[in-house]
Design a protein around this ligand. Structure first.
Ligand code: HEC
Length: 435
């Protein structure tokens, strides 16, 4: 529990107005500090002086005037007043903003998390009954965090047809998008554009090399409508799972992925992109989606970026990653010491399925020091995204990469690696360069 929430342990009339589900998700917030609360040494924060600048910067890029992708507009004082307790819950629990990389692990370019001080300020403001304060002392307007964008769009791959997801609450589907370039090209960035933010929850795009494309086309041909059902990966066989290049992961609020200057991802003509979309829908959904991916390209050779997945191969083959039935905190670690080939890690995504609880990727350097690349203390399948490192992590000969995943398995089945909703994975995906 957040220490400030712990201090607020009195029954609170406002709590009655909060939907139960929000309280269950919350930190165990059970009290409130109203106007008659114990005096606090410092005056409480106010909307004009303290709160507006924080939320302008960290909430309004997603919670726009019409609600945007969130369905919840949070732009005015009245909005924040009305949503005060859910907001205190969400920020204290760390579920909002939906940024899941721990800040003591590394620093990231696309970081839109709240500082611990800002969390304290928001919680104190709610505990003090959301004082508006004096408009004449208003803090300067802050600019909302803006997701990264592409410098130019050279191509756009779009779903062939609109798709209406119908499997409530979650419909996972892969769509094949043709790569029309007739020469070898270097992709220097891509930007996922959800067609319908009411239903698209998260997306993992894959590039499939030409000699594998038919495996995926066959999956598509076997299903009615555009695309085919898929969950953990793009489908295909085990070889193609390793061959398929994960481009990273996108969740609401994530922007474009841009390759380091002078580098590109080499793509052969005849490749395809498979875009795996997680739709989150109500029963009887009629909303359709036709999402697309914008691409930035170069035709002249660049140094190559590689999208490198890391995991234990025997896990993929069904050995050594057992998660026994009805167990919590089951952890498996894979580690590998590099005997040749220094490289640099630019971004990282950790992927598990819905039983995943925590995950981390650490480099133990030959000199005894270590670098945390990424760590999730509260992994959430629905909020997978690529985390772009502020400074690339250098990996040299003799260094060891360590990937650890932890799961809770509430089912009566032993769970192993697999593509299905009841299976699990433990995969680190990194963008690397080596020259
Ligand atoms: C990257 C986009 C994004 C940012 C930034 C963001 N939110 Fe959200 N928020 C969402 C989405 C999407 C939902 C809808 C629920 C869902 O999909 O889980 C949501 C839901 C909520 C809810 C409803 C209850 C809940 O916890 O799910 C609250 C309250 C909330 N956000 C508060 C905030 C506040 C306060 C901030 C800033 C400190 C913020 N959000 C920043 C995307 C965002």
């Amino acid at each position: 529990m957040h220490p400030l929430l712990a201090a607020a342990a009195r029954p609170c009339p406002q709590l009655a107005a909060i939907p139960m589900a929000l309280l269950v998700l919350s930190t165990g917030l059970t009290g409130c500090k109203g106007a008659d609360a114990d005096p606090i040494a410092t005056p409480p924060p106010t909307w004009h002086e303290d709160i507006r600048p924080i939320v302008e910067e960290t909430c309004m890029s997603c919670h726009t005037e019409d609600g945007g992708m969130t369905g919840i507009p949070l732009t005015t004082y009245e909005d924040y007043q009305a949503w005060a307790w859910p907001i205190a819950n969400a920020v204290a629990a760390g579920t909002m903003p939906p940024w899941r990389a721990e800040s003591d692990c590394n620093s990231y370019k696309n970081d839109f998390s709240l500082s611990p001080e800002s969390v304290d300020t928001l919680v104190r403001w709610v505990n003090a009954d959301t004082p508006e304060g004096d408009a004449s002392k208003a803090a300067p307007t802050r600019i909302a965090w803006v997701p990264p964008t592409l410098a130019r769009v050279d191509a756009e791959l779009i779903m062939k047809e609109a798709f209406t997801p119908t499997k409530a609450p979650d419909d996972y589907r892969c769509f094949i998008m043709d790569w029309d370039e007739t020469e070898t090209t270097w992709m220097t960035g891509y930007n996922f554009k959800p067609g319908n933010t009411d239903v698209v929850h998260h997306v993992i795009p894959f590039i499939i090399p030409p000699d594998e494309a038919d495996v995926y086309r066959a999956l598509d041909d076997a299903e009615d409508g555009d695309g085919y059902p898929c969950f953990g990966g793009p489908g295909g066989n085990i070889d193609s799972l390793i061959e398929a290049r994960w481009l990273g992961a996108w969740a609401p609020g994530g922007g474009a992925t841009v390759m380091p200057e002078g580098y590109g991802l080499l793509i052969e003509p005849g490749s395809i992109m498979v875009m795996q979309v997680h739709y989150h829908v109500d029963a009887n959904n009629t909303e359709f989606d036709q999402s697309s991916v914008e691409i930035q390209l170069e035709h002249t050779p660049l140094k190559t970026v590689q999208i490198q997945p890391w995991t234990e191969v025997s896990w993929v083959l069904g050995m050594g990653m057992e998660i026994p039935a009805n167990t919590n905190d089951v952890s498996h670690t894979w580690s590998y010491t590099f005997e040749s080939g220094a490289f640099r890690i630019h971004d990282a995504t950790l992927h598990m399925h819905t039983m995943g609880q925590t995950a981390s990727m650490v480099i133990r350097h030959a000199d005894g020091s270590e670098t945390c690349v990424i760590r999730h203390d509260e992994y959430d399948f629905n909020w997978q995204r690529s985390y772009q490192l502020e400074q690339p992590v250098e990996v040299t000969v003799g260094d060891t990469m360590e990937l650890t995943c932890t799961w809770d398995n509430p089912t009566d089945q032993i769970v192993q690696w697999g593509d299905g909703t009841g299976d699990e994975m433990c995969l680190g995906v990194t963008m690397i360069t080596w020259e």
